[in-house]
Design a protein around this ligand. Structure first.
Ligand SMILES: C[S@@+](CC[C@H](N)C(=O)[O-])C[C@H]1O[C@@H](n2cnc3c(N)ncnc32)[C@H](O)[C@@H]1O
Length: 735
């Protein structure tokens, strides 16, 4: 296409040129560029908490595929008549063998159910951990956190082929020919939501990955974050110094970390010498001087005749006395200058080369102190002047204050202060994209460290606690109130790392973590053989969130293991203290549930959305749950208020005056006009948010974007109206 466009530009006839250009633009719009993959059947969600009623879509609990049915009528209390969505004959089945399913596009009404809480720092904001499929959790988060997140750190399933993740309720293994495509489809939907949560001007998305999907992930990130101002980088990090040996292949020790930076960059931090190699030229902790004579391509005199000129050097004084003009073609003899030697860009093979820049530019760089004369000579050979210069990138580091100038040498070149030392063996620097850090070993400081907190509970491949902490630090170092999101939370390392960062500098950063509650593939088979099914308490207790994420974070924060014993051992590296100290942090744990619209009328389910309001109001104070039966609700410990009954507005305002801590007000009304009137009366001190009378209608997720196409032959999409997500709500910001 690019070639055709270039050819079109050459057409002299403007009419023909414009017509062809328009035709090509039309064709281009129908062609897919970049990463091409199948969209796949939309993901289906099983909702075991919802009742099987006539008219709902259901799946059979013992079927692992994506077959869905419509429950047509209730035959009696135990039996239900169902018809396959894909067509086929009706059958009568046990109600207990069915589970309600929602397809992408069918509205779902989320509820946050508190399951646990740890409060160790009254007054500090709370970390939130949610047991949910992250797709739904991200949609719910959009209601309160769109454009508010500083850092998203995720470590998604690496799609190794070893049944390490599920698509549509089925483990994806290496026999699945569509596994890369399914993975991309899963990731794309989540990354698109995640992007909306990030602060537009100052945020970073960090994604870890290994060799199975790094190439596809890179393309996907560029596609989702398609904006020239976004900076992408990939770090290669050694997480397994022992290197897993692979027959006939290189030992594998690295994985990769993508950084998608929107208007921010990694901070310069005091780092141990491990991070900053003093060998090689890159990160010596001082600016890098480059040879003034060009090497590599385009380095001959003919390539740039204007850069072949003499530079006169006083060898006694080691300084440049004059910069001559380019020598005319055919001339190689510069004029003599008393007391100075003319230096020409002659290459090692004695051929004529060129300087990096013309004489005018060089003269101005000499004035800036950016040109250095070095007298270099090997034994028994005469001393030769070698000229160096500071490239623009290095000079900018000085202008930015990364290096400080302590004076000027005899040749007029800048001399730099020793790299700033902070603590023994530390240097202030931004590291390179190769990390070889002992504390990032995921066996030692991931798996083994986790075993201290939740002994006997296995979790595959947790990250090194210190690796996550170090990675985050580059972006939250000076953001003491940063909000960090991890929606593939696994064992909860990210919340633990944020707590450690806070301890180091008194920060009030908080994290939101999301993990599903899946059981491992082998465990699933064993549980099923005992007649257990997802949704049953025994099954759910062994899922990742309940069995690993929650107990790990509770143990880390309280310093006590699930069996009540103190955690044995000390943290190492950045700051050493007993693990049994725990942290002065608060954490609230929730399960994302779904409400049955049939059950909920006139707002009886306020208690299910109260925790959502607590989250929207900034997770401050222990989350108080109430049925919301009064005319208004002002939880004692939370700085928000809810007006349930518009008629009680005047009274509500009077009571509000006694609560100066409150800054968020939720006003329940179906009238937009009424909402605006009340918000105006409250004034700019409050962030006012409208809630619909039927609370569940306020928060609606899983809605298809307009234009989503149903897969042929399978009536996945309901007749319900397609609304954009989230539904428009009245929100008036404070101030
Ligand atoms: C590679 S692990 C993350 C490990 C984590 N960084 C740690 O240090 O423990 C990926 C996790 O994502 C979870 N996960 C996978 N798909 C998910 C989904 N759709 N929603 C929520 N969690 C999911 C899995 O349960 C798994 O624990």
């Amino acid at each position: 296409m690019a070639a055709i466009e270039d050819l079109i530009k050459q057409i002299a006839d403007p009419g023909l040129r414009d017509q062809l250009a328009a035709e090509v633009a039309r064709l281009k719009a129908t062609k897919t560029f970049g990463l091409v993959f199948e969209e796949h059947l939309p993901e289906l969600v099983r909702l075991p908490a919802l009742p099987v009623r006539a008219g709902v879509r259901v799946m059979k609990k013992d079927e692992s595929g994506t077959a869905t049915y419509r429950a047509t009528s209730q035959v009696n209390g135990q039996k239900v008549k169902i018809v396959p969505d894909a067509g086929g004959t009706e059958e009568i089945v046990e109600r207990d063998g069915l589970v309600v399913a929602k397809a992408f596009g069918e509205p779902m009404y989320p509820a946050l159910v508190p399951v646990d809480a740890v409060e160790r720092a009254p007054g500090k904001p709370w970390h939130v951990l949610i047991n949910a499929d992250n797709y739904h959790a991200l949609q719910l988060l959009l209601y309160g956190y769109e454009g508010k997140v500083d850092v998203i750190y995720i470590d998604p399933p690496y799609n190794t082929g070893a049944r390490d993740w599920k698509y549509n309720n089925n483990y994806v293994d290496d026999a699945d020919l569509w596994r890369h495509s399914k993975w991309l489809s899963m990731m794309k939907k989540r990354l698109e939501l995640a992007k909306r949560l990030l602060k537009v001007r100052d945020s970073v998305l960090i994604v870890t990955i290994d060799e199975k999907e790094y190439a596809r992930l890179g393309l996907l990130l560029e596609e989702v974050f398609d904006n020239p101002t976004v900076q992408f980088q990939m770090v290669s990090t050694n997480v397994n110094p022992a290197a897993a040996s692979r027959a006939g292949r290189f030992g594998r020790s690295d994985e990769y970390i993508y950084f998608v930076m929107q208007g921010c960059s990694p901070a310069r931090l005091p780092l141990s010498r491990e991070w900053v190699s003093s060998r090689g030229r890159t990160h010596t902790g001082a600016p890098r001087w480059d040879l003034l004579r060009r090497s590599g391509s385009g380095a001959s005199r003919d390539d740039s005749p204007g850069c072949f000129y003499p530079i006169y050097v006083d060898l006694q004084a080691r300084k440049i006395t004059r910069v001559g003009d380019p020598l005319p073609k055919g001339t190689s003899e510069p004029a003599a200058l008393f007391g100075s030697a003319p230096i020409l860009p002659i290459r090692k093979d004695a051929s004529e080369g060129r300087w990096m820049m013309g004489p005018t530019e060089l003269r101005s760089r000499i004035v800036q102190g950016r040109v250095r004369v070095s007298l270099e000579g090997r034994r028994k050979k005469p001393v030769q002047p070698v000229l160096y210069y500071l490239a623009d990138g290095e000079f900018k580091k000085i202008e930015d204050g990364e290096f400080s100038v302590r004076g000027f040498d005899v040749d007029g070149s800048m001399m730099f202060a020793e790299p700033i030392e902070e603590g023994v063996g530390e240097v202030l620097a931004v590291p390179s994209t190769q990390w070889r850090i002992a504390s990032h070993d995921s066996t030692q400081y991931g798996t083994r460290l986790l075993a201290k907190f939740i002994p006997g509970r296995k979790f595959p491949y947790p990250k090194s606690l210190y690796a996550v902490e170090d990675t985050l630090r580059f972006f939250v170092h000076s953001k003491l109130d940063a909000l960090v999101l991890d929606f593939f939370a696994g064992s909860g390392t990210t919340a633990h790392a944020v707590a450690r960062l806070n301890k180091q500098d008194g920060g009030r950063r908080r994290s939101i973590l999301v993990s599903n509650n899946e059981v491992a593939s082998d465990e699933e088979a064993s549980l099923a053989s005992q007649g257990l099914q997802p949704g049953m308490p025994k099954w759910e207790a062994l899922g990742i969130f309940e069995y690993v994420t929650r107990p790990r974070v509770v143990a880390a924060f309280t310093g006590r293991r699930p069996d009540g014993k103190e955690i044995d051992g000390d943290y190492s590296f950045t700051d050493v203290f007993p693990m049994s100290d725990g942290f002065e942090e608060n954490a609230a744990f929730f399960k994302l549930d779904f409400l049955d619209p049939g059950d909920v009328t006139r707002g009886e389910k306020f208690e299910s959305i109260a925790p959502i309001l607590w989250m929207l109001a900034g997770c401050r104070g222990a989350c108080e749950v109430t049925k919301g039966s009064g005319k208004w609700f002002m939880p004692k410990e939370n700085p928000f208020a809810v007006l349930h009954d518009e008629d009680a507005f005047a009274d509500f305002v009077r009571n509000l005056a006694e609560r100066p801590d409150i800054d968020h007000v939720f006003l329940v009304t179906d009238s937009t006009e009424g909402f605006h009137e009340m918000a105006a009366e409250l004034g700019g001190e409050y962030k006012s948010i409208q809630l619909y009378r039927s609370y569940i209608d306020t928060f609606r997720i899983n809605l298809a974007e307009p234009g989503t196409i149903s897969p042929a032959g399978v009536p996945i999409f309901p007749t319900a109206p397609v609304t954009s997500l989230p539904p428009a709500l009245g929100v008036i910001d404070a101030g």
